[in-house]
Design a protein around this ligand. Structure first.
Ligand code: ATP
Ligand code: MG
Length: 434
């Protein structure tokens, strides 16, 4: 509302001052008023139109900016190593991805928008005020910094110190003095303005009225508000930029992708400890060789390092010392996609995505036909007897295996620790097996 009032007064002022003298001297006051009213209306309509356009364009660019930041952030998150995801839980990453990017984009775009608008308006208002009276403008402008200075002159010391020295009464007096000083300065400024108005007799009542209307339109409060809001968003922006700039702490994958891989796996004096427990060695100078075409089992006590070996084979982590070789080549020489196509893994704690069994089996594969999914399930069927039961009997009524493959997993109603979960997981790897 205030925005329109000030806008209208300014337009009125512009209209009146820019009217040629012949119109002002015109005998017909009605025509003059109508003319001014017309100009005023067209300014208001134009202003509304441009305001609407500005709002629409602003929202559009804001959404694009948000989408771009989120896309870049997600891309960078996908490149990070496993230990990063162990240290940063999915909840906090989702919060960075959704709320912090939104807050940051909204605040930066909104504040830049308001800042520019307020700056342009303040400059415009100052121009008109200076034209009316530079003395009054100067007095008006020094009011703000002076009051801010007085306000800051009372800086409270810690409450503990005040209590220790029993200085509550003293502090009360000090605060009251500051308030009085502020009042005095305000009074002096207003009396100076009053004196000035009396002495500078070229300011007539119309200009004075316009001046008093223009004064509150100085957008200094907006500028102060923007500053505060920017400070509030700095925290979110810092977190987002830190994630955007984070470089993965693993060697970049090479581009080795030979047509045939023999499958000879070698651990050469591998020493490895997890990032979260740097002083505890999960593997200590381990040397072993896994020959192709042979079924090899790693047997050992709980916490002995079997899963850690498999994780190193998948290149989820990198050993601090030694090297893991596939066909005599270090794993990091191989292409990322190639390596994961050749090395499949069935986890002890499988995680399945919500979706159908088919979706879970063909996850990560491009253009996987239903035939391939069925083939993978059939292979697993011969490997796991229970799978038959799973495919045929669960869920109730879905006697056709085709139906079961398409049934969303949540409808299967099996508990999270069920071996069936692992079976679906097993199937997931089968279509990619060489
Ligand atoms: N993500 C992890 N972060 C930190 N330490 C881990 C992590 N995973 C395993 N460890 C530790 O590394 C050591 C080796 O664990 P690992 O899981 O490889 O043993 P395991 O032989 O597979 O045991 P289990 O037979 O119980 O599966 C253990 O001391 C374990 O506590
Ligand atoms: Mg294990």
């Amino acid at each position: 509302m205030g925005y329109w009032t000030h806008g209208t007064v300014l337009i009125w002022k512009v209209s009146v001052t820019s009217l040629p003298c012949k119109y002002l001297k015109n005998e017909c006051r009605l025509v003059q008023t109508g003319f001014v009213f017309g100009i005023n209306c067209s300014f208001v309509s134009l202003s509304s139109m441009f305001g609407g356009m500005h709002g629409g364009m602003f929202m559009c660019s804001l959404s694009r900016l948000n989408k771009r930041i989120r896309h870049m952030l997600f891309q960078n998150l996908m490149k990070q190593e496993m230990s990063f995801f162990e240290e940063n839980k999915p909840g906090s990453l989702t919060s960075r991805l959704i709320s912090d990017t939104d807050k940051m984009g909204r605040s930066v775009a909104m504040n830049v928008n308001v800042l520019l608008r307020s700056l342009v308006k303040t400059c415009g208002m100052l121009f008109f005020m200076l034209r009316l009276s530079w003395q009054l403008t100067l007095l008006t402008c020094i009011e703000m910094p002076l009051l801010a200075f007085i306000q800051n002159s009372y800086n409270n010391i810690s409450q503990v110190t005040v209590l220790c020295f029993k200085a509550e009464h003293q502090e009360q007096q000090r605060y009251e003095q500051t308030l009085n000083r502020k009042l005095q300065i305000l009074r002096r400024i207003y009396s100076a303005i009053h004196l000035l108005i009396r002495r500078v007799n070229h300011i007539h009542s119309g200009s004075l009225f316009a001046f008093t209307k223009l004064c509150p339109s100085l957008y200094s409060q907006h500028l102060v508000y923007i500053y505060g809001d920017m400070l509030n968003t700095v925290g979110s922006a810092v977190k987002v930029f830190q994630l955007l700039d984070r470089k993965p702490q693993m060697r970049e994958a090479g581009d080795l992708a030979p047509e045939k891989v023999e499958g000879r796996l070698t651990f050469e004096k591998v020493t490895f400890s997890y990032h979260s427990r740097p002083n505890e060695k999960a593997l200590k100078s381990v040397t072993l060789e896994l020959s192709p075409g042979k079924l090899t089992a790693l047997v050992g006590p709980t916490g002995g390092g079997k899963t850690s070996c498999v994780c190193l084979l998948q290149r989820f982590y990198e050993p601090q010392e030694g090297e893991v070789l596939l066909d005599e080549e270090p794993l990091h020489h191989y292409q990322h996609q190639y390596l994961h196509k050749k090395v499949a893994m069935v986890s002890q704690d499988p995680v399945l995505f919500s979706g159908s069994v088919r979706y879970n089996i063909e996850y990560g594969l491009k253009d996987c036909t239903l035939e391939r999914v069925k083939e993978a399930a059939r292979k697993a069927n011969s490997m796991f007897e229970k799978w038959k039961y799973f495919i045929i009997k669960v869920p109730e009524g879905a006697l056709e295996w085709h139906d079961a493959v398409h049934t969303p997993l949540p409808q299967m109603n099996f508990p999270p620790e069920s071996p069936r979960l692992q079976e679906v997981h097993q199937n997931r790897n089968l279509p990619v097996l060489p």
